[in-house]
Design a protein around this ligand. Structure first.
Ligand SMILES: [Fe+2]
Length: 198
């Protein structure tokens, strides 16, 4: 089985001015596609894993399968990232999302502040996530490199890419501006769908 990326459902320029077209082009067609190409090449050496899903591959121990662990994460993480972005700027919160976030974080603003703080202080390349555990408790975590929360038995709901390739062309070292832009183009309808998944 050859793994392919799930690209954004919108034009790569559609998130302007928040995420610029040049960054999106590199991000999707070079970085994301590159992870899929490298994953497929790495799997050539592991016939037993060739029918495994991305969700299974990201849980492989990085010590035993470093190339597969990292590249499968690179494909799956970006698949999620594109799905939770939308050209429909400043989407209203679906009522169920509002209720869920208030229940777990006290207020929407608390959630956004906690998530922003966690993403802002994360050192190096990685991701900040809203995840659900097996009891459906929500929490905010960061993971290094291309680690996916599934490896910790946590289900990703929202993921924010903190690699510099996500923002350096437009924002250089100003990660807080990139995080602020992210909130404007977050696809809350997809977040609602992700929250409803078992
Ligand atoms: Fe990325």
């Amino acid at each position: 089985m050859k793994h392919i990326i799930t690209p954004p459902s919108f034009e790569l320029s559609a998130l302007e001015p928040y995420f610029d077209a040049a960054t999106m082009d590199f991000h999707v067609n070079k970085h994301h596609q590159g992870y899929a190409d490298k994953l497929n090449a790495a799997l050539d050496e592991f016939p037993d894993l060739q029918s495994s899903s991305l969700e299974e591959l990201v849980t492989l121990d990085i010590k035993d399968y470093p190339a597969i662990h990292n590249t499968a994460g690179g494909v799956l993480n970006h698949n999620l990232f594109w799905s939770i972005l939308s050209p429909q700027v400043d989407q209203p919160f679906p009522e169920s999302v509002h209720q869920t976030l208030v229940k777990h974080f006290g207020a929407i603003d608390n959630f956004k502040q906690e998530f922003t703080a966690k993403a802002s202080v994360f050192f190096g390349s990685g991701w900040t996530w809203l995840v659900a555990d097996s009891q459906n408790n929500l929490k905010i975590i960061s993971t290094p490199n291309q680690d996916n929360p599934l490896a910790q038995n946590l289900t990703p709901i929202i993921g924010l890419d903190l690699w510099e390739h996500s923002y350096y062309l437009k924002y250089q070292n100003r990660r807080p501006e990139y995080i602020d832009a992210f909130w404007h183009i977050l696809n809350w309808k997809q977040v609602e769908t992700n929250l409803q998944q078992p």
